[in-house]
Write a protein that binds this ligand. Structure first.
Ligand code: CA
Length: 270
């Protein structure tokens, strides 16, 4: 069984088959009682200034964590990706970068316990904040994700451990209600004997005008694993047939939920 680095924002899950999440950044705020404006995130690039979402987040070179943001009429005003139809639950990150011709990593996290020969998946949900026909909406955010051995931008640890995306302006007719979340992801097989690496979300030559984007549900997974689930925090011991989401709350049976059979916990694949 592989040991996998965890912190307060993530959890460790093992199941018999399929993808197992070993790190998840959902930015928290997963209850209606949490304030609308979220806290500082320690994994964000230190040259992005944190601005509390109860303040104005429009100067450039800053970011905020929030359940939704309605103070900028040029931005979509929907909620996070974790709870896409509920603006009262779940934080996401909004980035309003300074102009630069360089590539900058806006979020990074170390993962350890990697094993040569294993297959991993790295995925991020992201959205263009700019509504169509507003100043700057023609400047499309160009983002990339990568896995590197060090915490600086360098060659990825595998040829396929890189992906990029130009975020389109949403054509949604419900512009004020939901963000047009897009998944950016890749899978790779680790062919080097290294035990740790950094997962990174990068901004490619951000422009000053427009170029505002959202991030949520930054996930790193390994394919396969051993039977059993560890470190799931439940309020009560689950009984056979009960299903939970990855935060330990009761849910209807669905893909990704945890279920219990014969006293063992599994992740539901379909
Ligand atoms: Ca979230």
């Amino acid at each position: 069984m592989a040991f996998l680095l965890l912190n307060a924002a993530c959890f460790c899950v093992f199941s018999q088959n399929g993808w197992n999440t070993i790190f998840l950044e959902d930015f928290g705020g997963n209850s209606v009682d949490a304030p609308t404006a979220g806290p500082v995130n320690s994994h964000v690039w230190d040259r992005l200034e944190f601005v509390d979402a109860s303040s104005d987040v429009s100067y450039g070179g800053d970011y905020t964590i929030t359940k939704h943001y309605d103070k900028n009429v040029q931005w979509y005003q929907g909620g996070d990706h974790t709870y896409p139809n509920d603006k009262e639950v779940g934080y996401f990150m909004i980035v309003n970068p300074d102009a630069s011709q360089a590539t900058h990593t806006c979020y990074s996290q170390e993962v350890t316990g990697l094993k040569m020969g294993e297959t991993y998946r790295f995925s991020v949900w992201t959205a263009n904040m700019m509504q169509p026909n507003t100043a700057g909406s023609e400047q499309l955010p160009y983002l990339s994700i990568s896995v590197c051995e060090g915490d600086q931008l360098e060659m990825p640890i595998a040829r396929s451990a890189y992906a990029s995306l130009v975020l389109p302006v949403s054509e949604s007719s419900t512009a004020n209600q939901c963000l047009d979340w897009q998944e950016l992801s890749f899978e790779f097989r680790l062919d080097q004997d290294i035990e740790s690496a950094y997962i990174m979300v990068n901004m490619e030559a951000p422009e000053a005008m427009g170029w505002d984007f959202a991030l949520d549900d930054i996930r790193f997974e390994v394919y396969g694993g051993t039977t059993g689930v560890e470190d799931l925090s439940h309020d009560e011991d689950p009984a056979d047939g009960q299903c939970y989401d990855l935060w330990g709350r009761r849910v209807e049976p669905q893909s990704g939920s945890v279920f219990v059979k014969n006293g063992k916990k599994y992740i539901r694949k379909q």
